[in-house]
Design a protein around this ligand. Sequence first.
Ligand code: PLP
Length: 392
Amino acid sequence: MQISHRLSNIKPSLTLSVNSRALELKAQGVSVTSLAVGEPDFPTPPHVCAAAKAAIDANFCHYTAVPGIPELRKAAGDYFGRTYGVPVPRESIIIGAGGKHCLYNFIQTTINPGDEVLLPAPYWLSYPDMIMLAEGVPVPVAAGPEQGFKVTPAMLEAHRTPKTRLLILNSPSNPTGAVYTEAEFTAIMDWALGQDIFVLSDEIYDQLVFPPAVMTSAIGWFAEYPRQVAVLNGLSKSYAMTGWRVGFLAAHPDLIKKISSMQGHSTSNICSIAQKAGLAALTGPMDGVREMRQAFQRRRDLAMHIIADWPFAVCPRPDGAFYLFVDVRKCFGRLAANSTEVCTRLLDKAHVAVVPGAAFGDDNCIRFSYAVADDVLAKALDRIGAELAVLA
Ligand code: PLP
């Protein structure tokens, strides 16, 4: 059977291999705590679920327009106006099956074979594979914990070539939780736009920024540079709606039309019922979002407090999302040589699942998600700390 050459470099996700080992242990009766998840541990708000039920009862169950029902596109555009003071017209929005789908379609629509894409590293693990599926070339630009996992224009410039087409920014970041300040973000935007590089800003965690840190959105540059800036967002993380698959992308209407043509030949519209749920989320109360943000901030503080006592780990305080990216280089040596071996050891000995940094382009670190109850988090971190101490 022939497999297309486009898939030759695509690897199965490292997250999945940790998960399958965790499942094996569970099957043996071991109680495993997972800090590997990338989704909020909160329920979808009830008014959102009610809107979906009402959509079914009204038999809103047929095809819709490919880029989404007009009212949902408008609500997504209004979100930028309400949140950042930059209203985006409906024609500049496409609704996809989660942020991942929007991003995939955007990359397929804009990247030609051989085009280079600057990827600040650590990066979200799907970016490189999505770029390679478009036959583009991911160009990681590594930033370590000593600089808060954040890149600078000078670092990006050092990786720019005549083939550089796109820069993908992700603040708050998965896996590091790093949030660029307005000054840092502005410096990068000025540099990229000045070099004629398109910026895709993945802002899926924008509602999960912990004060006093402040979110800076690339939408602020969209009015002036509509052909060079696109912003990705969605409901998975901020509204605890990972399973509903609702994401949206803001970009120039000409680009949106092209993405829509592509989407029309693959998935067509996203689920009609999920669209009604998404509309309720984007037009309804934000209390659930606020409560989640407060809970994540409390857990971030709890986790940082515990990790502060670990002499063998370095972790800059993250200002957003729900991840800690911990440098465990000091634990490499006798029993484990890299992030994957540390994670395997943590799973086997401490019975906690976490994700190797290698998956995110940084083999010195491991990623903990704190999207679990406070007491579960505290106990799991204690077990991790004890095992890392054995390795160090
Ligand atoms: N971007 C980042 C940085 C993410 O972490 C994720 C999910 O983990 C996504 C995009 C995609 O989220 P979804 O497809 O659920 O909207």
